[in-house]
Ligand binder design. Structure first.
Ligand SMILES: NC(=O)c1ccc[n+]([C@@H]2O[C@H](COP(=O)([O-])OP(=O)(O)OC[C@H]3O[C@@H](n4cnc5c(N)ncnc54)[C@H](OP(=O)(O)O)[C@@H]3O)[C@@H](O)[C@H]2O)c1
Length: 221
């Protein structure tokens, strides 16, 4: 059984990760800004008050977890704001960089001492952060911040391979969560996380730094 830390754990894909991991007997540390009744009902450790854009908030979390070794650090928290060329809101673009790109890197760096040989780091990026796959434009802040996150993941994969730590860069599919307005054309969080956990279980130092769809497809950069 392994110890997983999951950010954005109070809803959507993050909550589903917690539920499925707990269901299969893993130890889960659920990290969020504010908990939710369904998360509390899982009976796992929940660490609240953690904003991944805030250094003090992350330092406080690290202090609370200081004796724990993590097998998997699952950077899941993220935001999307629809920014078009006709409505370029640079503050919003900057905010999306802070949450989607810098936040996971900041948290990963802070928790590195708690990772060991054989540990894994997961970055929840998006197909919308694939340059080759961008056939429709728009979404400037989200697309740009997820490209930056994926690039951070590739560098982490190179930098941490000698330490025996593998990095997975994952797209969950189009998923019915608040982020997508629970779109009926999406898959359920249950189905998405089943695929994501299969990818995480299959992540090794040989395939570290790969960009995968939850369904196992390798995605273009
Ligand atoms: N749903 C999809 O189709 C889809 C597709 C591609 C990629 N993704 C990625 O998958 C991940 C999870 O998405 P989701 O669909 O589950 O989204 P969601 O339901 O909107 O949940 C987002 C989570 O991120 C947390 N969060 C946002 N800003 C934060 C901050 N500054 N500090 C800490 N936590 C913060 C939210 O917490 P609060 O409740 O406190 O706001 C929430 O728990 C995201 O990285 C997203 O970009 C999703």
């Amino acid at each position: 059984m392994a110890t997983y830390l999951v950010t954005g754990a109070n809803r959507g894909i993050g909550y589903e990760y917690c539920k499925q991991l707990q269901g299969r007997g893993d130890t889960v540390i659920a990290v969020c800004r504010t908990s939710a009744p369904e998360l509390d009902a899982l009976g796992i450790r929940v660490e609240t008050g953690v904003d991944i854009t805030d250094d003090m908030s992350i330092a406080s979390l690290v202090q609370r977890l200081k004796d724990i070794e993590l097998d998997v650090l699952l950077n899941n928290a993220g935001i999307i704001k629809r920014i078009t060329l006709d409505n370029l809101d640079f503050d919003s673009i900057r905010e999306q960089f802070e949450v989607n790109a810098l936040g996971p890197l900041r948290l990963t760096h802070a928790l590195l001492p708690q990772l060991k040989t054989g540990s894994k780091i997961i970055l929840m990026t998006s197909r919308m952060g694939s340059i080759d796959d961008n056939t429709s434009g728009g979404s400037y802040g989200y697309r740009m911040s997820k490209v930056a996150l994926s690039m951070a993941g590739k560098s982490l994969a190179h930098d941490l391979k000698p330490r025996g730590i593998a990095v997975g860069i994952l797209h969950p599919g189009l998923v019915q969560t608040r982020m997508t307005g629970f779109t009926p054309s999406g898959i359920t969080p249950t189905e998405s996380v089943q695929g994501l956990l299969a990818r995480i279980d299959g992540l090794t130092l040989e395939n570290t730094g790969s960009f995968w769809h939850a369904n196992g497809e390798i995605l273009p950069w």
